[in-house]
Each structure stands twice: as structure tokens, then as C-alpha cells.
Design a protein around this ligand. Structure first.
Ligand SMILES: *[C@@H]1O[C@H](CO)[C@@H](O)[C@H](O)[C@H]1NC(C)=O
Ligand SMILES: *[C@@H]1O[C@H](CO)[C@@H](O)[C@H](O)[C@H]1NC(C)=O
Ligand SMILES: *[C@@H]1O[C@H](CO)[C@@H](O)[C@H](O)[C@H]1NC(C)=O
Ligand SMILES: *[C@@H]1O[C@H](CO)[C@@H](O)[C@H](O)[C@H]1NC(C)=O
Length: 182
């Protein structure tokens, strides 16, 4: 590598780090606002958990998420992106048994989509590549949710259980994105 090349790389790294460093507080604010918005929308989707106890399931959310292990800030962005993306995929599935208000579901999907695009933009700008086991654990976790819904034929109870699980995910995510501050 020529020294000019090294300098350019150093400048690029510096540039990306600075740009992101300046925006982390704002990003945390945006993420926690949309998380609150999603949680409020999810809570408006009424359901009765009565009679659904038999359908309870341990989806085994990855331990590192549950324990809100301290990640690098870039890693938190990846995790958030994955969680928003997969949550949105799940709520695009067959909701016909739930009788949930479609406007509320649409609002939820729109909020998730907006943040997902925003985060993707940030990742592109910073050109991050992240090959982390947590991402794999998350993919498997959401796959378990999807398989459960399929096995339960998208019943009202199954959706109620999943709704609660997704809310729980947002709770853990809020703790994680808190690390974007400081
Ligand atoms: C949800 O609420 C709507 C209107 O309030 C009602 O028509 C529907 O039956 C409720 N669904 C469930 C699953 O409780
Ligand atoms: C959606 O789920 C309901 C049961 O909850 C089922 O009757 C219906 O066939 C499903 N529709 C599709 C397109 O899979
Ligand atoms: C669905 O929710 C929207 C927004 O909260 C509300 O304006 C609308 O009346 C609801 N529709 C039904 C059928 O409950
Ligand atoms: C991002 O980084 C990878 C490897 O570090 C490189 O191959 C790729 O061209 C970069 N992409 C952009 C858009 O800069």
C-alpha cells in the first residue's frame, strides 16, 4: 500500500467515524421514538390472551440481547436493523384470524419500514460489514417465530403470543439502543 493510499484510508475511516459519532445521539432519539411508536401500535392491537396459555412458547431470544450485553455502536445498528426488518416480515404474514385493525398494522409496518431504510442508509454510508454470531442467532430466533405461526396455522392465539413476544423484543432493544448515547 502506498502512503497516499494509507492516508486516504485513514481519512476515510476518520470521516466515517466522525460523521457517525456526531449522529449517535440523534440516532438513539430516532430509534427510541420509533420503538415507542411501534410498542403503542402493538398494544392497540387487541387480543385476548385468555385461553391462549396452552399456546405459550419459549422462542429463546438470543441471550446476548436479553442480557443487553454491551455491543459496539455499529453492532447495535445491525441488531436494530435486523429486528425491525424481521418484525416487519412477520406482520406481513396472514393476519386474517386476528381481526386486528388494518390501519394500525399498516402504521406499524410503515414505522418499521421508515427506520429500516434510515438505518440501511447509515450502514451504506459507513460501509460496515458485520459478520457476527448475534446476527445469526437473531435470524434463527425469528425463524422459530415464523415456524411457530405456520405450525399453529396463524391462529388468533398464536398471533397473540407472537405479539407479546415482539413487544418483549422492543423492550430489550430499547435497552440496547441506550448504549448509543455517551
Ligand atoms: C378487537 O376490537 C374490535 C373493535 O373494538 C372488535 O370488533 C374485535 O372483535 C376485537 N378483537 C378481539 C380479538 O378481541
Ligand atoms: C390464513 O389463516 C387462516 C386461519 O387463521 C386460514 O383459514 C387461511 O386459509 C389462511 N390464508 C392463507 C392465504 O394462508
Ligand atoms: C382502526 O384504527 C384507526 C386509527 O386508530 C381508527 O381511526 C379506526 O376507526 C379503526 N377502525 C376500526 C374498524 O376499528
Ligand atoms: C465497502 O467495503 C468493501 C470491503 O471493505 C469494498 O469491497 C466495497 O467496495 C465497499 N463499498 C463501497 C460502496 O464503498
Amino acid at each position: 500500500m502506498t502512503s497516499r493510499c494509507i492516508l486516504q484510508t485513514a481519512l476515510l475511516v476518520y470521516f466515517c467515524t466522525t460523521v457517525l459519532a456526531m449522529n449517535y445521539d440523534l440516532l438513539q432519539f430516532q430509534l427510541s421514538s420509533s420503538s415507542v411508536e411501534c410498542q403503542e401500535l402493538l398494544l392497540q392491537l387487541n387480543g385476548t390472551s385468555k385461553g391462549c396459555l396452552k399456546d405459550r412458547m419459549n422462542f429463546k431470544i438470543p441471550e446476548e440481547i436479553k442480557k443487553s450485553q454491551q455491543f459496539q455502536k455499529e453492532d447495535i445498528i445491525w441488531i436494530t436493523l435486523e429486528m425491525f426488518g424481521k418484525t416487519s416480515d412477520i406482520f406481513r404474514r396472514n393476519l386474517s384470524s386476528t381481526g386486528w385493525n388494518e390501519t394500525i398494522v399498516e402504521d406499524l409496518l410503515a414505522t418499521l419500514h421508515r427506520q429500516k431504510e434510515h438505518l440501511e442508509g447509515i450502514m451504506e454510508e459507513g460501509n460496515f460489514t458485520w459478520d457476527h454470531r448475534t446476527l445469526l442467532h437473531l435470524k434463527r430466533y425469528y425463524l422459530r417465530i415464523v415456524q411457530y405461526l405456520k405450525a399453529k396455522k396463524y391462529s388468533t392465539c398464536a398471533w397473540t403470543i407472537v405479539q407479546a413476544e415482539i413487544l418483549r423484543g422492543f423492550f430489550f432493544l430499547d435497552k440496547l439502543t441506550g448504549y448509543l448515547l455517551n
